[in-house]
Design a protein around this ligand. Structure first.
Ligand SMILES: [Mn+2]
Length: 301
């Protein structure tokens, strides 16, 4: 038997895929698994339909593509996702998809509950990555949650090489948090450096004039802009982090704490059809020409 697992390329996506891998191997040791990292630019590869099962985790395609996959695989296509814009969009197809589509928690915890039941206790790495991915700042954020996310993002991206024992080893993941703390310390120094090159502009996005604190950097999270904004008393509607390559601009939008009335996912969707995400964090890719047109303000001195 064969199963294809398409997963988002962030910690939530890796852990979702590892949970699926663990559950599938526990139920069928002979199962052949293929892991496919998902990105927003690559269209769905139809050759992947040559499988018994297809799991789409923490990721999505357009309603047309989702429907096409379902047409071939039926209930052997399992879609587990928590991205609000994607779930909303999929409803336009009037199709019911197997799996779980819910904004209740992160995809890794939804995947855990899908395979092991609503009430079974999830491993520490699952609950921590779920807290991270849904941006829930508990008192352990700096010492446990954020460092574990950094660790998983850095060292656990190749899901095929991970084994089920790693998923369940809570002590090992707590130890890994100390490695994550070192990564975090470096990220903060690096982030401060990048944030000094940020700028505040009024930019029209989706017909809305927004005060945008932006930074051209490969940093993938808003933490450094958020900290910079707080320590420098900068008020804005949205943080924007962007960088070029390969072949397009990658834009990430984040909501500053306390800001309401802005939905990053909707904004990204309106910037580009490949965009989407959550209210507080979302992303999209745009061509160089499009980027210069939409964000001409950024090229002013
Ligand atoms: Mn996620």
């Amino acid at each position: 038997m064969k199963a294809v697992i398409i997963h988002h390329t962030d910690a939530d996506g890796y852990i979702s895929a590892l949970v699926a891998k663990t559950a599938l191997l526990e139920r069928n040791a002979d199962i052949e698994l293929l892991f496919v990292p998902f990105d927003y630019k690559t269209p769905f590869n139809k050759e992947l339909l040559q499988t018994d099962y297809l799991y789409l985790l923490d990721a999505s395609y357009s309603p047309e593509v989702l429907t096409e996959i379902k047409k071939v695989l039926g209930d052997r296509f399992i879609w587990i996702d928590h991205h609000e814009t994607a779930i909303k969009q999929s409803r336009t197809s009037n199709e019911i998809f197997s799996g779980v589509q819910s904004t209740e928690t992160a995809a890794c915890l939804l995947t855990w509950r899908y395979f092991y039941g609503q009430f079974s206790k999830a491993p520490l790495v699952v609950t921590q990555i779920a807290l991270y991915d849904t941006w829930q700042h508990t008192s352990d954020w700096d010492t446990v949650t954020y460092p574990i996310n950094l660790f998983v993002n850095t060292f656990w991206s190749d899901v095929a090489s991970l084994n089920p024992a790693q998923l369940r080893d809570d002590n090992a993941i707590l130890e890994a948090a100390t490695i994550g703390q070192a990564l975090y310390a470096f990220e903060q120094i690096d982030g401060e450096r990048a944030a000094r090159a940020s700028r505040l502009d009024i930019i029209k996005i989706a017909g809305k004039e927004l005060k945008v604190l932006s930074c051209n950097s490969t940093q993938h999270n808003s933490q450094f802009l958020a900290e910079y904004a707080v320590s420098n008393n900068i008020e804005c509607d949205v943080f924007m982090n962007y960088h070029y390559g390969p072949n397009s601009w990658k834009i990430s939008l984040y909501l500053p704490e306390g800001v309401d009335g802005v939905h990053c996912g909707e904004l990204c969707k309106s910037i580009s059809s490949n965009g989407g995400g959550h209210k507080a964090a979302a992303g999209c890719n745009v061509s160089d020409t499009e980027f210069r047109k939409l964000f001409s303000t950024l090229f002013d001195n």
